[in-house]
Design a protein around this ligand. Structure first.
Ligand code: NAD
Length: 377
């Protein structure tokens, strides 16, 4: 059973799907591991460390040849998988929505594509949850990026030269990334408020010592699986009214709001940004999905409007490439442990397992996932 890890080809991708630590674990599962030379370089894992862990190092063709399992961070192209065994499992973040044609070409290539971001949010799968492991780091990094661009101190400082008031930080969207942003901003001494459209988020926000802000008009917009649903026009207007007054008084705004399979909701208008004092900083963690802030330019790190700075990095977790790769690759190992017969050292996928059913996109030459519409191709 051969596991291959290729160097990521996507622009700006710094992460890698296996680390020397997880190579040891994969070998422990009975696999032989091949790593493309330089795969871990941007995440600070040199080839020699992979080799010391027992992996073979080679070029892309040698790495993929005869692979039964391919671990990736981003969706690979079908051509990059040529040489893998027929029906090889290709496991990574597949970003299928809007990319149905690419998923179809993976189906045509005969590989079994597994989308880790579809992992159900159930207790058993927590250790495999790449959305959580990466969002947690992104939430932390958003505050660090904001603090770096902010011309003032975050905590209150009482000095002989007088008092510096603490920064006011507003976090929009209190899921995994938002809660980590709240915790990080609190640790830095900021005064933190947060909002979400799920009523359940209120308790979590308050348990971190931040104030929860939610409009009376919006009781609860929880959707399925713990995610939010899209707001109605009236609900959006009520939310915008609440937010407009609040944002004008903030120094830093961090937005993290997402709705599965939909573009990110637009929460912060140009007028709201213009209402903030010069020197304010906004970080849009939803930039990769279109952004929560009207003025965000995805991938462009800094946009200045009226003296306010808008930061729109995509792949924020990748800015912490070492930590992100460590957690991501451990998520993959945890999933693989359920797919491999350790004794026989072979793949033994239970196709009826709910984790497998939820994540497999293509199999035996066809798209098999109910959420991926073949006619969208
Ligand atoms: P997400 O990335 O899909 O969205 C981020 C946040 O944005 C969510 O809290 C969402 O409610 C919020 N949001 C959406 N539209 C909004 C709007 N218009 N205004 C303000 N906020 C808005 O969410 P996530 O971080 O993946 O978490 C989703 C849920 O999954 C949460 O309930 C979380 O607690 C839960 N979760 C469960 C597990 C588990 O049980 N294994 C693991 C991780 C997360």
């Amino acid at each position: 059973m051969k596991i291959a890890v290729l160097r990521e080809r996507a622009d700006g991708e710094t992460r890698v799907a296996a680390t020397p630590e997880t190579v040891t674990k994969l070998i422990g599962l009975g696999a032989e591991v091949a790593i493309e030379a330089g795969a871990g370089e941007l995440a600070r894992f040199p080839d020699k460390d992979y080799a010391a862990a027992g992996a073979s190092i080679g070029n892309a063709a040698a790495t993929i040849k005869g692979a039964d399992i391919v671990l990736t961070v981003r969706r690979p192209t079908a051509s990059s998988l040529a040489g893998a065994t027929a029906g090889a499992l290709v496991i990574g973040a597949m970003d299928p929505y809007g990319n149905e044609a690419e998923i179809a070409s993976l189906a045509k290539a005969g590989v079994t594509t597994v989308a880790m971001e579809f992992m159900p949010r159930i207790t058993r799968a927590q250790v495999m949850d790449i959305l959580s492991s990466q969002a947690n780091l992104a939430g932390y990094q958003a505050v660090i990026d904001a603090a770096g661009a902010f011309d003032r101190a975050m905590p209150m400082m009482m000095t002989a030269a007088g008092t510096v008031r603490p920064a006011k930080v507003f976090v929009m969207g209190a899921g995994v990334a938002g809660l980590q942003a709240i915790a990080t901003a609190k640790r830095l001494g900021a005064v933190v408020t947060a909002t979400d459209v799920r009523a359940a988020a209120g308790e979590q926000v308050e348990s971190l010592g931040a104030k929860f802000i939610m409009t009376e008009a919006l009781k609860d917009a929880s959707g399925t699986g713990g995610y939010a649903r899209e707001l109605t026009k009236d609900e959006q207007a009520a939310q915008a009214e609440l937010v407009a007054g609040h944002i004008a008084k903030q120094d830093i705004v961090i937005t993290t709001a997402l709705i599965p399979g939909r573009p990110a909701p637009k929460l912060v208008t140009r007028a709201m940004v213009e209402s903030m004092a010069p020197g304010s900083v906004l970080v849009d963690l939803a930039a990769e999905r279109g952004g929560n802030i009207e003025l965000t330019q995805p991938g462009k790190t800094v946009t200045t409007v009226n003296g306010a700075t808008i930061i729109g990095f995509t792949n924020v977790a990748g800015r912490l490439a070492t930590s992100a790769s460590q957690l991501y690759s451990r998520n993959l190992v945890s999933f693989l442990e359920t797919l491999i017969d350790k004794k026989e050292k072979v793949l033994a996928v239970n196709w009826d397992d709910e984790l497998v059913k939820a994540t497999v996109l293509t199999r035996d030459g066809a798209i098999v996932h109910p959420n991926i519409k073949v006619d969208a191709v």
